[in-house]
Design a protein around this ligand. Structure first.
Ligand code: AMP
Length: 554
């Protein structure tokens, strides 16, 4: 019979935080942690690491962004390193299952980062990719210590005889466990379990303790400790500032354009809209001003979504425009509409995908419910980083914002959540004028053509079509020769911000008319990471939030 040890982890402000070296970790892991810049364990890491090191089964309930990947990765690497010296044969010791390819890639990246100093002793392979099974066979033949994959892909490899875990496996981890069943992996997961030894250490990580998770718990955990992180749904206001700015539909694009061009939005930014078409509309709008962005939506194939997140994380783009749909978060409630394209079961824009070092989330369109707001703004202020969420609110959206305010202020114990972002649209009349034309230039046809262009690009990039194109080179030629779709005419002069449209009070601050200002990728809208002199300069900035100005004056 399973007995269960319930542990409550509070936000422990007064208690001394344990340091990573106090866990007795191998030096190579400590060096990798230091290289990642993780100064101290997050609360979930502090509780989980010792339990997993003791060999216990653990159910970790924590939100994405709490550091849960590190919580299971660090003890697993330690466990492998500590037995490595006695090991006579190269064997696969651990299997990590996650419900989407994107998540598998991100988990793999965390393991790669944590094993930089012991990559020969602990090899980690990710098998969720879209490449042929046979291509991965030789990599698996080396019996890497850790394998990461979706249950579907892992089962395929097991069936193909590329991996045999029956004798060697010691640890099983299932991440985002609540999504594994709802993403349609129940059968595959059960079949994978049948190929594992009878005894192994297991951990489940999940944002919720849904029925599915309880079922999984019974299936894989023995005598587990359940760690429930008692935490607010979001980082505290000192770490994540929520701003709202009243903006009617006609003005939203002008405001966004000026905020970006005047460097009032700085650093990596996710802009959320409410439909896929709006994603492209906004992309084409910003493109006219030389503002590069990438788009992320559920209709893109997994490989493109992965590419978008990777490019964003690696700094190729500083702005990503995402169409967030609730159906993506809870795929089990997706009702397929007639005639609509089916969404990829492994897709999930808001949940699970790890956008790294996001300074700002901008709700160009306000989310339709509280959960979506939490998921969206939870992409920033992760780990121990600062973040800012700015919502542009039309009259129609006020009610939605009031609901969010009402729901979240309770958890924060504050009278209000949103601070008003002071922005004087009349001071940027020149921007408004340009924005109006540019927004109009993005017609429905332009949006449709942009989407077609993307599909064409996907066809050209698609591995599965390579052999078809080899056999039918004329089809490839036709696709390639298809004239480039300039869906919106680019006017080069729009890229620059002429001196006369910059509000006088901002000219000195922004360095307009002088040397071009270097883009500060890491600073947030709130200026949390700005230097003192920037703070002082910003204090006279009429577009900055009054609250921020007040804070800066202190
Ligand atoms: P996760 O919840 O595992 O997706 O982690 C969320 C983010 O927190 C990732 O970008 C990690 O790099 C970061 N992170 C994890 N652990 C720590 C830590 N101890 N200190 C600072 N950042 C961390």
């Amino acid at each position: 019979m399973d007995s269960e040890e319930e542990m409550q982890t509070e936000e422990q402000n007064e208690e001394k935080v344990v340091a990573f070296h106090e866990f007795g970790l191998d030096d190579r892991i400590l060096k990798a942690i230091a290289k990642l810049g993780w100064l101290e364990p997050t609360p979930i890491q502090e509780k989980t690491i010792p339990l997993l090191l003791e060999g216990k089964d653990v159910l970790i309930r924590a939100r994405t962004g709490s550091g849960k990947t590190g919580a299971f990765a660090i003890p697993l690497i330690q466990k492998i390193l500590s037995t490595k010296a006695q090991q006579t044969r190269q064997e696969t010791k651990a299997l990590i299952l996650a419900p989407s390819k994107e998540l598998c890639k991100q988990i793999h990246q965390v393991f790669t980062d944590l094993t930089t100093k012991c990559s020969r002793e602990v090899t980690v392979v990710e098998v969720s990719g879209q490449i042929e099974l046979s291509v991965q066979k030789p990599i698996l033949a080396h019996n890497p210590e850790i394998i990461v994959g979706t249950p579907g892909r892992v089962l395929q490899h097991i069936k193909a005889g590329h991996m045999d875990l029956k004798k060697s496996l010691e640890t099983l981890i299932i991440d985002e466990a609540d999504l594994v069943f709802s993403f349609g992996y129940e059968d595959e997961l059960k079949k994978v379990l049948a190929h594992l030894p009878t005894i192994y250490q297991a951990a489940l990580a999940s944002a919720t303790l849904s029925e599915d998770v309880l079922t999984l718990k019974k299936l894989v955990l023995h005598n587990p400790a359940t760690l429930k992180l008692q935490e607010a749904p979001l980082a505290p206001p000192s770490q994540l500032a929520h701003y709202s700015l009243a903006a009617e539909e006609n003005d939203k694009s002008a405001i966004l354009y000026s905020l970006i061009k005047l460097h009032l939005i700085r650093g990596k930014t996710i802009i959320f809209v409410n439909t896929v078409d709006r994603c492209y509309k906004l992309k084409l709008f910003l493109e006219q001003f030389g503002i590069p962005t990438c788009v992320l939506n559920s209709e893109l194939p997994a490989s493109s979504r992965c590419r978008a997140v990777t490019q964003f994380n690696s700094g190729t783009y500083d702005i990503i425009i995402a169409s967030d749909e609730k159906a993506l978060d809870e795929p089990h409630v997706v009702k397929e509409k007639k005639g609509k394209r089916r969404k990829d079961k492994e897709s999930g824009v808001a949940r699970g995908i790890d956008f790294q070092f996001v300074s700002n989330v901008v709700n160009f369109d306000f989310p339709l419910d509280v959960d979506s707001y939490v998921h969206r703004v939870g992409r920033t202020a992760r780990g121990k980083n600062q973040g800012t969420a700015l919502s542009l609110i039309s009259i129609r959206e006020r009610e939605l914002m009031a609901k969010v305010e009402e729901s979240l202020k309770k958890s924060y114990g504050r009278s209000s959540l949103f601070q008003t972002y002071q922005f004087k649209l009349e001071e940027v009349e020149g921007f408004r004028y340009r924005a109006k034309d540019a927004w109009k230039a993005v017609t429905r046809i332009a949006v449709r053509e942009a989407r077609l262009k993307e599909i064409k690009q996907e066809l050209l990039n698609c591995d599965k079509l390579k052999s078809y194109f080899d056999d039918n080179p004329r089809d490839l030629q036709t696709l390639r020769q298809d004239k480039a779709l300039h869906t919106v005419k680019i006017q080069p002069h729009l890229k620059d911000v002429p001196d006369y449209i910059v509000p006088p009070s901002l000219k000195r601050l922004m360095g307009f008319g002088k040397r071009k200002r270097k883009f500060n990728r890491d600073a947030a809208v709130s200026g949390a990471t700005a230097t003192k002199s920037k703070h002082q300069a910003r204090a006279s900035n009429p577009l900055m939030s009054l609250t921020v100005q007040n804070k800066m004056r202190k």
